[in-house]
Design a protein around this ligand. Sequence first.
Ligand code: ATP
Length: 462
Amino acid sequence: MAENKDNKMEKLVSLAKRRGFIFQSSEIYGGLNAAYDYGPLGVLLKNNLKQLWWRKFVTERADMVGLDSAIIMHPKVWEASGHIQNFSDPLVDCKQCRRRWRADHLLAGDGAKPGYDKEKPLAEEVKCPTCGGELTTARQFNLMFETRMGPVTDEGVTVYLRPETAGGIFVNFKNVVDTMRQRVPFGIGQIGKAFRNEITTENFIFRTREFEQMEIEYFVHPDHWQESFAEWLQMMRDWCGWIGLPADKVQEAEISEKDRAFYSQRTIDFQFQYPFGQEELYGLAYRTDYDLQQHQKYSGQDLVYTDPITKEKYVPHVIEPSLGVDRSVLAVLLSAYTEIEGGRSTTTTAIKDSEVVLKLPYYLAPITVAVLPLSNKETLAPLASDVFNTLRTVFSTQYDATGSIGKRYRRQDEIGTPFCVTVDFESLEDKAITVRDRDTMAQERVAISEIVDYITGKLPRI
Ligand code: ATP
């Protein structure tokens, strides 16, 4: 794989750390495996991504409402959903080096669940990928994080950190119907943290034990699930384009009946070509009425829906588009990362180091505008500050006065800033500044009084 040879992942991980996007968690204590913190630029990028999802999938749609449910829920929720009994992966230990592996990953190549037969032990020729040692037979390992609730540990109740945000949506179905007058078909969207005690974690923020999801449960009449499924499929395709993923890097995999969860009648996985292989990015599933039926049974509450017009009574079926925030951030960064051998400048023929431009969609970039006074001389500072103060009330703006102008442009290119404005000595006279476009490097002189409108006009509306 060409990208692998280029060490794109290593370069991205290094850039993410160097430029304040993503840090290893608890780094000053030696780090915590597979846990990451989003730094000052990372949190801006992640928030932009989540806000875009919220706007496109929730607020712009009349058939959607939002929710923010608790991470710790009644333990019966996870009994009803089947997580306590079934939310497990097959774990094998290496008898020699004691490393742990997921049996399904070892069999079919990393990440490939399909094809793994739970009933059969691993063939003898499957050995530990690290040391070649013999492996134990697989045992099921539950992925839910358990803790005790209440001040006295011995008497406390065992509770779980939610392994997905969906549970909070299902248990609030009745509340939403009773309070929001939504008529089926309608959906509930939620963004929040989820936790899974993954057996193996790997590839930076691709698989971590604490992560974020953006999930929708879309409630439909059982006769009309196909239309809604098709609609959400298209929406997810559009989303991949909005966040800048090249179409040829995203594949849709129709999951066969044998490999689907038993209650699902159709599942499509969106896969992305990461440098380490083609792996799951998102999932879209038709979950029938399994979830609401289970919660009805375990809670004893009536979750039957009555159509306000036809008066038909039924338990709604569900379409679930499930998107990982962190896998989105990784795919976005990988797609945006562009290396230009020999640098970008065309004004000199001197051989230079390669330069990096993060070609993020403008609306995802952590910083929209950088204000760069051309000289550090005191005379420019007041005007440059005025420009900065005007812009920062409207856009995410950074002020950078250190280093040569070339270095400052490169720093902004590396973090994906779409516009750099330079304030020069002429600006004192003509009350105008120079705006440089990240992608074309074209420069334009714009009156300071018009700069906000100018940049607003350049930002794509989607
Ligand atoms: P995988 O097969 O990779 O373990 P999954 O099929 O178990 O994933 P789902 O339960 O469908 O994943 O979760 C929905 C989405 O949540 C995934 O498509 C992914 O974007 C995200 N996700 C799931 N597990 C993790 C994780 N450990 N780290 C980061 N994101 C995750």
